[in-house]
Design a protein around this ligand. Structure first.
Ligand SMILES: O=c1ccn([C@@H]2O[C@H](COP(=O)(O)OP(=O)(O)O[C@H]3O[C@H](CO)[C@@H](O)[C@H](O)[C@H]3O)[C@@H](O)[C@H]2O)c(=O)[nH]1
Ligand SMILES: [Mn+2]
Length: 729
């Protein structure tokens, strides 16, 4: 099978595409049928008292359904042509083992409190230990926190790597993040291995204790400063927002305990000054690109978030199979791996695994030009990240011998200048060069601009997860993260790089539709809110907005409700989830749409400042316990969770109000009510059922993760107020 001359990677089309297309056509017919219903069957003004208001509600439903219909069509773009990739590392090795390119790896961290230094350096160690010639690897840690705690941890990791890398190499251990490895590894049975295991484990524990002690105390004691000259950099340090650039090369031409080379290891804290905006992670990445160009200048760059440790030592070689394929590699700008998380529980209360995105959307995007760049687990070609455009005449020929341009040695002071606040003034950095500024999803907008310059990207989703990170562990964190993402994606839509116009003619229409799915997340909050409020209120009032069960118009509604629900559930199960997980995912879907996306929309309209709330990667033990029990964590009160609570209360009030009325009805009225209000009952009933855990958190739970009483009071009063006003209006 493995013939030596074969391709370095293979591409396969997904199965079942035809069946899906037939199904999609039936849904499309139903959507149009519903639109016709809304357009032609408007209630006559005189039908009920307040007919005019009814008209308005009706028009609102129509607009919402047009939105949902169009949005659904966009989501078909990522289901039309799913694509799967396979690599042949053996062939890569046979053909290019001696010409493998240099690879620079960037790890970004920003805050030692919510991104513990021990976690950060474990990620660093995991990427240092790739199965790849170490003399061709260089690992850079960018510390936007400018923290000596993180620096201390890195000095310790540099020492430990001398034992850790040979251990990984000799016993082919996985994963190569020592924290993850020692958490799950069982004691080896082989005597030699067992002996080494004990030694390395002891060294690891000692390092961990040292780092965690220092972290706990919040400072590096003076007597430890003598251990590394780099600590003097902190002598002139004022605060994490006000300090000069710090560059420390911790490992350069060093050997490990067995005399093999070690990767280069560099600590970078770019200069920060209060009167210069630092452009968040994009700014950090651009500083990394420049600094690394003077130290190792690898033509391939991998970047990971500090929590995303490498879970598979093959990853670099897999990625190179795409770049180095002789026939199809020349137009691939980046290879994106999926974001996977090690801390999602079985039924993922916060929808944290985003499995449908990973198993469906991204394979679909790959079929129409390539996945989005999502900021972590992504291999880039340096030249392209810098702004190079694709044209057929200047096809990049990957002659590896010439690729690594040794840069003349320059001094550390000169390198620091590259990481200064002022370096980028009057340059194209952040605009046409490097990662783009001005957007909280610097990754997506940068990837889009690369696609617009004519390049393709590849999504590679191997069986063994390549990277594992930390997913949000409270509802608020989830909602805040999605607010940042949806706001960023909306900003892209209205930016110069909008896929809607800038992308037209430059990228595949399917890919434009794909980008639009995410760019329209935030505006989709409005129709979703409408649909989850107005029909419920009308149920309470007894005003039908849907066709009655006996009418032919009922059919498309029934078909869509049943088939889309079933399809959605099936897709989730096929992506490896559980039914319970799907149900939870639907809840989070609702919460995101009605809070995060709404607030993102409002922020965009009101033009709020660019912000990046860094996700916490630590939790206290009580929160951890509830997380493992899959209990939703509310804790604090925020506008986001108050909105969610109010909406859930509103639906409960409407539903209970309807049930009370129903109980008091005579049989004839009940019959009519059943015919005309059936869809309302299903919709409102489903919303109430979805919200059960929230009601428990409002009224029943006693633990600290419950919804605070202040939020309960607020949401109940608001819900009663809204429904009463509507009822008597
Ligand atoms: O000013 C900053 C802010 C963040 N970061 C780093 O950026 C990474 C991502 O931040 P995190 O808080 O974990 O955000 P997530 O929402 O999990 O990140 C996703 O979304 C971001 C865009 O919103 C991308 O940048 C990330 O790569 C992607 O994983 C972390 O390593 C941070 O240390 C910086 O280096 N500097
Ligand atoms: Mn993260």
């Amino acid at each position: 099978m493995d013939d030596e001359n074969g391709r370095l990677f293979e591409t396969e089309k997904g199965k079942g595409r035809k069946i899906h297309r037939v199904f999609a056509t039936t849904v499309l017919v139903s959507i149009i049928w519903i639109w016709i219903y809304r357009a032609t069957q408007q209630p006559p003004l005189a039908a009920v008292s307040g007919g005019r208001r009814w008209r308005w509600s009706w028009m609102g439903m129509f607009m919402a359904e047009v939105w949902f219909g169009v949005y659904w069509m966009l989501t078909q773009s990522v289901r039309w042509n799913p694509t799967y990739r396979r690599t042949f590392k053996q062939r890569l090795s046979l053909r290019y083992e001696n010409q493998l390119p240099w690879v620079d790896i960037f790890v970004c961290t920003a805050d030692p409190k919510i991104e513990p230094p021990m976690m950060v350096v474990s990620t660093v160690l995991s990427v240092m230990a790739y199965d790849y010639p170490p003399e061709k690897l260089a690992v850079y840690l960018s510390d936007d926190g400018g923290s000596e705690l993180t620096f201390y941890a890195l000095t310790q990791a540099a020492i430990f790597s001398k034992q850790w890398l040979p251990y990984c190499r000799n016993y082919k251990v996985e994963p190569r993040s020592p924290v993850a490895y020692f958490r799950s590894a069982s004691h080896p049975s082989n005597t030699k291995h067992s002996h080494d295991y004990v030694i390395v484990k002891k060294l690891f524990e000692e390092m961990k204790n040292r780092i965690e002690n220092v972290t706990k105390n919040g400072r590096v004691p003076d007597e430890l400063h003598v251990e590394h000259e780099g600590f003097t950099e902190w002598d002139s340090f004022t605060s994490s927002r006000d300090h000069g650039a710090i560059v420390q090369i911790l490992l350069d031409d060093n050997d490990d305990a067995e005399g093999h080379s070690l990767p280069k290891l560099v600590y970078l804290a770019r200069e920060k000054r209060p009167d210069h905006f630092h452009n968040l992670k994009a700014g950090a990445m651009n500083a990394l690109i420049r600094v690394s160009s003077k130290i190792s200048n690898g033509p391939i760059i991998l970047n990971v978030d500090c929590d995303m440790y490498s879970n598979s030592s093959d990853t670099v070689r897999d990625a190179l199979c795409f770049f180095m394929d002789e026939e199809k590699g020349h137009d691939i700008a980046f290879v994106q791996y999926p974001q996977c998380f090690e801390n999602v529980t079985k039924n993922e209360v916060y929808g944290g695994s985003m499995r449908v995105l990973r198993e469906v959307d991204f394979h679909g995007l790959d079929g129409s030009g390539g996945p989005l760049y999502v900021g972590t687990g992504c291999f880039h070609r340096r030249d392209i990240l810098l702004g190079k455009s694709f044209d057929n005449e200047s096809r990049i020929k990957w002659k590896m011998e010439n690729d690594h341009k040794e840069t003349p040695k320059i001094t550390i002071e000169e390198i620091k200048n590259l990481a200064s606040c002022t370096f980028e003034i009057d340059t194209e950095w952040g605009k046409e060069m490097g990662l783009k500024y001005g957007c909280p999803v610097e990754d997506v907008i940068t990837g889009l601009s690369i696609h617009c310059r004519g390049w393709k990207s590849v999504f590679y989703n191997p069986k063994r997860e390549a990277f594992l990170g930390v997913a949000a562990t409270t509802l608020d964190q989830t909602l805040v993260q999605h607010k940042r993402w949806s706001e960023g994606d909306l900003l892209i839509l209205i930016s110069k790089y909008s896929p809607a116009w800038y992308g037209l003619g430059k990228v595949n229409p399917g890919l434009i539709m794909g980008y639009l799915i995410y760019c329209l997340w935030s505006p989709s909050s409005v129709p979703t809110l409408y649909y989850s409020i107005v029909p419920s209120l009308c149920l309470l009032k007894g005003v039908p907005l849907f066709p009655s069960v006996t009418s032919g118009w009922f059919l498309p509604f029934a078909y869509i409700i049943v088939s889309i629900t079933a399809f959605d559930c099936l897709e989730f199960l096929r992506s490896g989830g559980t039914t319970r997980g799907w149900w939870n995912d639907r809840r989070i879907w609702l919460y995101k749409r009605t809070s995060s996306y709404l607030f993102a929309l409002l922020d965009t309209i009101l033009g709020s400042d660019l912000s990046f709330v860094i996700s916490s990667k630590v939790m206290d033990s009580e929160v951890q316990e509830r997380f493992e029990k899959e209990m939703m964590e509310f804790g604090g009160s925020s506008p986001l969770s108050t909105t969610v609570a109010t909406l859930s209360m509103l639906n409960l009030v409407c539903f209970l109000g309807f049930v009370m009325k129903w109980v008091l009805m005579d049989t004839v009225t009940r019959g009519v009510c059943y015919e005309t209000m059936a869809i309302h009952v299903v919709l409102c009933g489903a919303l109430v059922a979805l919200n059960v855990p929230l009601y428990l958190a409002l009224f029943v739970r006693k633990d600290k993760g419950k919804i605070p009483d202040s939020v309960t009071v607020k949401s109940v009063i608001l819900a009663l107020f809204i429904s009463t006003v509507f009822y008597f209006l």
